[in-house]
Design a protein. Sequence first.
Length: 448
Amino acid sequence: MKSSVIFQKKHKDDDEGYLYIRYFNGSGKKKLVSLNYKINKDHFKDLFYDDINQFKKTTIINYREINSKISSKINDFSIFDDKKNTKTSFVVYFRDYTALQRNPSTSSNYNSVLKKLENYKVKKNKEDILFSDFDYSFVVDFKNYLLETLSVNTTKQYINVIKTILNLAKKEGLYIEKFNYFEDLNLKPTHNNKKILQQSDIETLLNISFYHDFENTIESPLFETRNMLLTSIFCSGIRVSDLLLMRKGDLKETHIEIFTKKTSDYLRVPYNETLLKILFDNYGYFNSKTLKYNSKSLKYEFFDFIKNINDNDFIFSNFLSTEPVLNDYNKDKEMTTEQFNAINRLRVKYNNNLIKLKDLYNLDIVEISSHTGRYSWTNILLNIEGVNLLDISRSLTHKNIGTTESYIERNHGLDRMKNIGDLVSNKVYKDNNENHYSGEDKPDNLPF
């Protein structure tokens, strides 16, 4: 029997990959066991001694941690013992793998699923959940348990996490899949019609005026909440986690450029009339609704208006003022656990404010949340003639059409994105321009 450490990439163009131990039992059988460690391909090439299966002493990677992992597994040929598969705890394996996750979002998601699994174990009076417990009966029962407290969409996400962990264990020889027990689960995603702003609701939000006592109005948390919701719609359905972290420096001359954490890619959204007026409102322009739209002059006026604002300042700075830990956030570095928790607290605050906004203005939407802007953007595109699925996929920064189909990518180019943004802006404003307040037509009371 022999074993060695190897480096493998998921995709051939990736700069990073994962470390595995490859085992040969001397009788033609081989197995691959993941060390759950991600590393740059050049670091592996330059720092790994393949003759001793160890990394050299360095400050570039945590060589002590990975060398310890290698040493503990490199000679463990018990993986060829099929009896081990019936005794290995799925819960323990899941917990250990979750503890290795460096991304706070992934760690949080996995811990949520793990907690449900632990609660299920207690409810069923099970001492443990083993890999050998997985059969069709178990999978269906666990699915039904999740559906007692979770939506169909969330249940499907939890099941997908379980499948991911099982696939990892399968590569390590800890789980032998006799049949795909998840294949026939009836988990069709539900529609989000109740969570979409209709055009009348969007017009209501756009027509809110802030003329009286404007200085006090812009301090209202609902003022910034309204601006955030409208920005999330007209800025290509931007995710709330990216919306919260938008800085003044993201406002480029011709477009907004945002680094999206989920896809590790840039979303570039050309300006449209509605988006510019929302930004004018947010930065305290007294009377944005009287502005006449001309793409060049309006952009020049906007950048002149905000020229003294620091590029590092958050666009929704008042809303983020309760979470100073985010001031040190750097898009080029992994978000810390403290910053991730701060984003979650802000998401809760945003959701609560959205409910207040809905009640205050009698919006027709049934369920409003931080996802509403993204759902509403997609809904508008689906109802505009000439916008196809590929356009929508790119505007949402999805990596493939399949993701968009299940949710219904990156940009096709600024010109095409500009067409989509202008189409959405024009559709909402088509029958609404005459209803905009003029400088003399002021409401009798404060909206906030």
